[in-house]
Design a protein around this ligand. Structure first.
Ligand code: UD1
Ligand code: CA
Length: 508
């Protein structure tokens, strides 16, 4: 045979998954970056199938909508009532009468399957010119699974579901993974002969294998080297186990490719994420979706990044980001929140308790503490003082603020957009800026300081404040009356900066 066979993938995803106890169909439950069915389709399609068919039924609307997002070329086939895995494949084969060659059937709830394993199954099947080849595994606990029954000579005879099995058959530890390669013609023929004579009154796909074997057709098995690949997911306990196993697999692969993961047990990296070598991932870190981490970046501890791009050598500490970009050498956190379209250019800094949304933070620009930056363009090397608020919303519309290169915005300022602060301009601390500040100018909107002498004594008499004020105004400076004369004073010496004054804007 010189011409490669046509290959068709059929994924079974019509079941409800009752034991999940969920409004969401089982196959749509997420697992580290893909749904269950997404994982199965990815593994199957990587083998170069000509077409993929997905059997949908329970909440077909949801499953079909999901497929059109993740695999627009996969064709949904409706199984309106679910009368078993054999019924599902029979309807599918009837919907595509032109299909010949190899048909790979996969349960939609076996997400840890590797593409290499599907490829090996297909290669084994096609090399043997078999009618059916079943992926099996030797497991320690076969509970709930179909058992592989072999003849005395070791050939596959049939597959028996646990609920239909004799006590001797239940003792078999080789199980059916729910992944098969069939020859299309033989499969069609066997599906036409399925009965519903079993405990569930369903048409079992597994019986098609037994019928082919009974008819003397060549039927084989491919034993999975890694049992975890064959694990199905029937409830949320199993889902959590699969998540653990997949996370271990992903973490190991990244560590072997040169990424340091300091605490693999608390590091959850979606299968869709990319991490470059010499990146360091510290504990309690989740990297999700289309996130990419460039070389040498340090992420964590306590970081969640969703669809976020982090440049080389950047650091992100105890922070949350979604659809953001962190440039090379930039620094984020601790306790920063980067929202969609937060774009930190190289060496920018977004520090503690700072929220950024839809804003450009220019190269080397700093927003070190306690600020909100929304709908803004901040120029290179600008410094935004502590507690600066970009007031972008007037209750109806969002407005933009531009801060020029190397501008300096003092602490506790409000930039009431639309605002434009020119290059090199200064805004005095505590100002509310409502208009344009030309390059190099100083903007001040502070109210003059008003001091009312003796106010506390008359209006807050009897309080600790009044008492402290009395001591401070009647005793000589330095005599606090607290420490003994022979003990060193613990209070600030006279003439020190009064406490309670904020750091200079932008101070680290
Ligand atoms: C099936 C196998 C069992 C195997 C196990 C591996 C059968 C009869 N049994 O059992 O031998 O060990 O998988 O995990 O095939 N589905 C449909 N339409 C239906 C019924 C099911 O599309 O009418 C889909 C489900 O959504 C699911 C898959 O087929 O993705 C498997 O169905 P499930 O009910 O989980 O089969 P098991 O009882 O686990
Ligand atoms: Ca199952």
């Amino acid at each position: 045979m010189t011409q490669p066979r046509s290959r068709t993938v059929v994924v079974l995803a019509a079941g409800e998954g009752k034991r999940m106890k969920s409004d969401l169909p089982k196959v749509l439950h997420p697992l580290l970056g893909r749904t269950l069915v997404g994982h199965v389709l990815t593994a199957a399609r990587a083998t170069g199938a000509d077409r993929s068919l997905v059997v949908v039924g329970h909440r077909a609307d949801l499953v079909t909508a999901h497929l059109s997002e993740i695999a627009p070329d996969a064709v949904p086939v409706l199984q309106a009532e679910q009368h078993g895995t054999g019924h599902a494949v029979r309807l599918t084969m009837a919907a595509v009468p032109d299909v010949t060659g190899t048909v790979v059937v996969l349960n939609g709830d076996v997400p840890l399957l590797r593409p290499e394993t599907v490829a090996d199954l297909i290669a084994t099947h096609e090399a043997a010119d078999a009618a059916a080849t079943v992926l099996t595994a030797e497991v320690t606990d076969p509970t709930g699974l179909g058992r592989i029954v072999r003849t005395p000579s070791g050939a596959l005879e049939r597959i028996v579901e646990e609920r239909d099995a004799s006590p001797q058959q239940r003792a078999i530890r080789e199980i059916n993974a729910g992944i098969y390669a069939f020859d299309a013609a033989g499969l069609r023929d066997a599906l036409g002969k399925l009965s519903t004579d079993n405990d569930q009154g369903e048409e079992y796909l597994t019986d098609a294998v037994g019928l082919l074997a009974a008819a003397g057709a060549p039927v084989g098995t491919y034993v999975a080297a890694d049992v975890t690949e064959t694990l199905g997911c029937n409830d949320r306990v199993e889902l959590a186990r699969l998540r653990r196993l997949l996370a271990d697999r992903v973490n190991e692969a990244w560590m072997r490719s040169g990424v340091s993961i300091l605490d693999p047990a608390t590091t959850w990296i979606d299968v869709t994420v990319e991490v470059a070598r010499d990146a360091v991932i510290d504990q309690n870190t989740q990297l999700r979706g289309a996130t990419t981490i460039d070389a040498g970046a340090i992420i964590g501890p306590d970081v969640t990044l969703i669809d976020t791009v982090v440049g080389a050598g950047a650091t992100v500490l105890r922070s949350h980001a979604k659809q953001a970009r962190v440039g090379a050498g930039a620094s984020v956190g601790p306790y920063a929140y980067l929202r969609p379209e937060a774009d930190l250019h190289d060496r920018a800094k977004v520090g503690t308790f700072v929220e950024v949304k839809k804003s450009q933070i220019g190269p080397g620009a700093k927003v070190p503490h306690l600020s909100y930056v929304g709908d803004a363009t901040i120029g290179a090397d600008a410094n935004i003082g502590a507690a600066t608020i970009f007031v972008n919303y007037d209750g109806v519309a969002k407005h933009h603020t531009t801060v020029g290169e190397a501008a300096f915005v003092g602490c506790d300022s409000s930039l009431i957009a639309p605002v434009e602060i020119g290059a090199g301009a200064y805004v005095a601390a505590g100002s509310a800026v409502t208009g344009e500040v030309p390059p190099g100018a100083l903007a001040v909107t502070r109210a003059p300081l008003r001091v009312v002498d003796g106010w506390v004594r008359s209006r807050r008499a009897g309080t600790k404040s009044a008492e402290a004020a009395r001591r401070a105004t009647t005793e000589p400076p330095g005599a606090t009356g607290q420490p003994g004369a022979d003990q060193p004073a613990t209070t600030e010496p006279p003439g020190a900066e009064p406490s309670g004054v904020a750091e200079p804007p932008g101070a680290e």
